[in-house]
Each structure stands twice: as C-alpha cells, then as structure tokens.
Design a protein around this ligand. Structure first.
Ligand code: BV8
Length: 241
C-alpha cells in the first residue's frame, strides 16, 4: 500500500456494509428496488400522493431493524476501532439509515440520508427518536399535532444532510475509503472525485464487486465487508498513524 500522509480520513459507507448484518441492499438482485419502485416510496411526491404506502414501506424496515435480529458486524466494528485508535481526524459519512455504526461504537458519524429510527414533524420541524410504526394518525412529540409526521430520511430530490461538513472534510482528507456502495446515487457517488480534487488523498474502494465509479479509485479491494474491512483497518493501524 503506498505510503501517504495519514492525518485525516473520510469514510463513505453504503448498504453493502450492513448486508452481512441481515439488511437488504438496494440494487443487488434481491435488493429493495427489485421489490418496490423507488418512485413510489422514496420521493416527496410519493409521500404526498400516497402517504400510507410510504409509511408502510418504512414501518416494515423499521420493524426489521428494531427486531433485535439485526446487529453490527465485523466491518462496523472495524470502523469503530479505526476511529478509536486513529491518531488523526476521521469522519464516517454513511448513506445508510440504519443505526449499526452507532451500535458498533462509531461517534464521528454523519447520516447524510437520514435515520430510519427518527421521525420529523412537517408542522413544527421537531426531530424525534421513533421506534414504532408511524402513520398519518401519529402525533408529534413536540407540537402534539397528528398528521405531520414523516420518517427522518432524505428522499430522492431532497438535499442530503451535512453537505458543507462533508465537502470540507473531503477537501482536507489524506485518505478516502468507500465501502459497500454501488456508486449510483449522487452526490455521494461524487465524493471520490472531491477527494481526488484535493490533490493528496489516497482513494480506496472496498466492496463486494466493482462499483459504478471503480475506475476513479487508486486502490480497489473486493470481497465481503466483514473480510476486507477488518483486514484493511488492521493494515492501516499496524502501519502506524
Ligand atoms: C439531491 C434514503 C440535490 C431513503 C436514499 C447528480 C448530482 C446530484 C443529484 C443527482 C445527480 N444525478 C441524479 C441525481 C438525483 C438523485 C440520484 O442520485 N439519483 C440516482 C438514482 C441517479 N440524487 C438525489 O436525489 C439526492 N439529492 O441530489 O439533492 C443536490 C445536488 C447536489 C448536491 C446536493 C444536493 C438524494 C439521494 C438520497 C436518496 N435517498 N436513501 C431510504 O434509504 O429509503 S438513496 C439510497 O441509495 C440509500 O440511501 C442508499 O444508501 C443509497 C445508495 O445505495 P447503496 O448504499 O450504494 O446501495 P446499493 O444497493 O446501490 O449498493 C450496495 C453495494 O454493496 C453494491 O455495490 C454491492 O456490490 C455491495 N455489497 C453487497 N453485499 C456486500 C457488498 N459489499 C461488501 N460486502 C457485502 N457483503
């Protein structure tokens, strides 16, 4: 592995890192978008048109996540270890709306596409922890009004969270890791270009198979996340900060 200034790391994760925890990805053959059209469940227009269908889609995923059957895997644990032992800055940006990075111990974490276990009130803007089913009858814990609750998730066409903080971290990082993402969804899929543009970042893709943007990465490591991520973190920490 080429030597590089290793003071700051930005990591991007996608659904592939949670696959071995039992959560579906989106674009694999058995993925979420093979079972339901994103236009019907993951856009503001779909929610305006048919809120019950959108609530049902997220209620099913929330139940799965909160069922106790799903736990962080060795890849999530390796990234939490890297954060704890790395001598410099580290920011973990996840496209995932599950809470597996938190449960593995990651703290410097940004959910750019929101969080399945949170709700947001369209009447007063309150964001609250939300573990049970949500419906049009659900009342907001802030303003107590029903009818305005939505899952605190970024739909297609909506602005992802934390973009300024992400771009600032990409502008100064010396290492950019992309893990478990197909590189189909923007602006996340463009982060490797942002990192390369800072003139010094080493870019690594760790995935089951080549992503859409594989040719943009200087280093590419393929295999299941629970194999390749702990091994890569071991090498990174073993080499010293
Ligand atoms: C926006 C939350 C304006 C909901 C999601 C160009 C520029 C800007 C925007 C666009 C653009 N072109 C098109 C757009 C619009 C759109 C877009 O990208 N569309 C795509 C379909 C072309 N983007 C947007 O609308 C975004 N907003 O653009 O606002 C803007 C513009 C510029 C700058 C700022 C703002 C909003 C996008 C967010 C939408 N919400 N999810 C929910 O989860 O229900 S996106 C959805 O896709 C998930 O968040 C998911 O995380 C994300 C990406 O998917 P992946 O995580 O990569 O999952 P996928 O299944 O695709 O791949 C899994 C990978 O894992 C595979 O490669 C597989 O091989 C691998 N894998 C499988 N098993 C394993 C494994 N790897 C390792 N180990 C394993 N065991």
């Amino acid at each position: 592995m080429p030597q590089h200034d290793s003071r700051s790391i930005v990591i991007l994760t996608g659904a592939g890192i949670s696959k071995e925890s039992g959560l579906d990805t989106f674009r694999d053959a058995d993925g979420i978008w093979a079972k339901v059209r994103l236009e019907n469940v993951a856009t503001p227009e779909a929610f305006a048109r048919d809120p019950a269908t959108v609530h049902a889609f997220y209620n099913a995923r929330r139940r799965g996540l909160a069922s106790g059957e799903v736990a962080p895997n060795a890849a999530h644990a390796a990234l939490a270890r890297l954060e704890a032992e790395w001598p410099g800055e580290l920011l973990l940006v996840t496209q995932n709306i599950d809470d597996l990075h938190e449960r593995a111990g990651s703290r410097s974490l940004l959910h750019m596409h929101g969080e399945l276990l949170k709700g947001r009130c369209e009447s007063c803007g309150t964001v609250s922890s939300w573990h049970e089913d949500m419906s049009l009858e659900s009342a907001c814990p802030g303003c107590y009004l029903p009818g305005g609750m939505r899952v605190h998730v970024v739909w297609f066409g909506e602005m992802p969270f934390g973009m300024e903080r992400i771009y600032a971290a990409l502008a100064r990082c010396s290492l950019f890791l992309s893990i478990g993402t197909s590189g189909n969804v923007y602006p996340a899929a463009g982060f490797v270009q942002e990192a390369r543009g800072n003139g010094r970042a080493h870019t690594v893709e760790l995935n089951l198979e080549p992503s859409e943007g594989h040719s943009l990465f200087e280093e590419r490591i393929y295999g299941p996340a629970t194999d390749v991520v702990p091994a890569y973190v071991e090498r990174l920490l073993g080499r010293g900060g």
